[in-house]
Design a protein around this ligand. Structure first.
Ligand code: FAD
Length: 457
């Protein structure tokens, strides 16, 4: 049984999407109070800006699920506030009074394509996955103000995971859709292309890539189709690993047949060729796989002419000042740990720490880790001494000038004092009012953009 006093803890969650909403709901359902800080209007993260917009069913189901979780009386939603930009992390720790802070900020920084000086082509021959998908998912909105992207024929997608299949498919559909319309005046909507495949759509319109003079996109991968992480094996047994490899191979073939892109396996981009400041070709190191290891022979290269590279080699967490990182990843108190290095009351969940790109995994991780935080720390109240140590003196003075009195209060009550809760509520309300937020339902209703499927009905 949970003591109702435990409710007197306020928990901050950074990021409101899959893992953040799961954590918020897990806490709220047990009576804890939560503030969710979200950098965007909507709390849907990769569901809104990552999954390509043809995933209508999956998107609507997951967004509804996030809404059901966040629209809870114990949760205060604060949109348009990016921790690290609008509020310093240190400020959140010292000046607010949250008992616990949970980082659920996902992975929004594209991994740099490892080719010297390549980023000078961004916007002119090079695009990374996150920007591509943001444009793609929102370009149909009447008030879309982002940059425009032109998918160039012969573009090369570098990647290998499920997301890169979505990326190369998106590029092919976009290219063929545009060309079919400009050359033949035939308008086919995205959903038909996605459902039936490019091959079928072209056939039913008595044409093909050759006639339309489309070279198409290529997907470059460093290993073979069997090695693509498209299906996770059930376990590590050789039979199940082999089964997963066969599924990956079959899945890729299905995509190749349906969406007509080319596949270039066993190749690693190492250089580019440019002319007059424009991207002309991508140089690939050819490799072989021996005992699972990638072996490259110097000089064995392949140069493919291309006007555009789309990099889909994964995303990393955006770094938040005040937290420590090991390489690109948040430094934790140990491998597989949920505790963030340097703090006793800061934890991290979801893509931000797992680095795995899957909705279910992010959900499970968010829920499990939050249950651990509740059982091991909040119920025990063992965080409160560190919590007091972290607090700014001004905030302590607000509660009671006598630190010893607060110490004895938190030791006996195992909750945070009312005046701290009041401080959190005042600050939260200010931020909500600044953006015109009133209720969760009204906010979501007013900020959800028009959907493409409704525009083309
Ligand atoms: C192209 C593509 C296709 C995919 N397809 C599938 C699929 O078919 N099936 C599947 O299961 N998964 C798929 N995924 C993966 C899935 O979308 C993610 O694994 C999942 O959404 C991750 O959830 P998360 O909560 O950990 O992170 P995110 O969804 O990234 O959520 C992080 C949240 O934190 C917010 N945030 C970030 N930084 C800050 C900050 N500093 N302050 C405040 N807020 C912040 C973000 O705005 C966001 O709302 C796909 C991903 C991509 C990119």
């Amino acid at each position: 049984m949970i003591d109702t006093n435990i409710q007197k803890h306020y928990i901050a969650i950074i990021g409101g999407s899959i893992s953040g909403s799961e954590a918020a709901f897990t806490l709220a359902a047990k009576g804890f109070k939560v503030v969710v800080f979200e950098m965007n209007d909507l709390p849907y993260g990769k569901i809104e800006d990552g999954l390509p917009k043809w995933h209508v069913g999956l998107r609507d189901k997951q967004e509804k699920n996030i809404d059901q979780k966040l629209n809870h009386e114990n949760i205060l939603y604060v949109p348009n506030v990016k921790i690290g930009r609008d509020i310093n992390f240190e400020d959140l720790v010292k000046n607010w009074g949250f008992t616990v802070i949970i980082i659920a900020n996902g992975a929004w920084k594209d991994r740099d394509l490892p080719i010297n000086d390549i980023n000078k082509f961004i916007g002119n021959g090079l695009i990374y996955q996150n920007s591509l998908l943001h444009w793609y998912n929102h370009k149909h909105e009447p008030n879309y103000k982002g940059s425009n992207v032109e998918i160039r024929d012969g573009a090369v997608v570098v990647g290998g995971g499920l997301a890169s299949l979505d990326v190369v498919k998106l590029g092919m559909i976009e290219l063929v859709q545009e060309t079919l319309f400009s050359k033949k005046g035939i308008l086919v909507d995205l959903f038909e292309f996605e459902k039936n495949g490019i091959a079928t759509v072209l056939e039913s319109n008595n044409t093909n890539l050759q006639e339309l003079q489309i070279k198409g996109l290529s997907l470059v991968y460093r290993r073979t189709a069997r090695d693509m992480p498209l299906k996770s094996p059930k376990d590590d047994t050789p039979e199940n690993v082999e089964k997963a490899k066969l599924v990956s191979e079959k899945l890729l073939q299905k995509y190749l047949d349906k969406y007509l892109f080319k596949f270039i396996p066993l190749s690693i981009p190492i250089d580019i060729i440019e002319k007059d400041g424009a991207l002309k070709a991508l140089v690939l190191q050819r490799v072989t796989i021996e005992n699972g290891k990638i072996i490259s022979k110097p000089g064995d290269t392949l140069t493919i002419e291309t006007p555009m590279i789309i990099s889909s080699i994964g995303s990393l967490p955006e770094q938040i000042k005040g937290l420590q990182y090991e390489g690109s990843w948040l430094k934790m108190e140990g491998k597989g740990n949920y505790k963030v290095y340097g703090y006793n009351n800061v934890f991290a969940i979801g893509n931000a720490v797992t680095g795995r790109g899957n909705i279910q995994e992010s959900k499970v991780h968010g829920k499990r880790m939050t249950e651990k935080i509740i059982d091991k720390h909040l119920v025990e109240g063992d965080l409160l001494e560190d919590w007091l140590e972290n607090l700014n003196t001004d905030l302590i003075n607000k509660v009671d000038k006598n630190v010893a009195a607060i110490e004895s209060f938190i030791k006996t009550q195992k909750v945070i004092p009312d005046s701290i809760i009041e401080n959190i509520l005042i600050k939260t309300k200010e931020l909500q009012e600044k953006v015109g937020y009133t209720t969760y339902t009204d906010w979501i209703k007013s900020k959800t953009p028009i959907r493409l499927e409704n525009l083309i009905k």
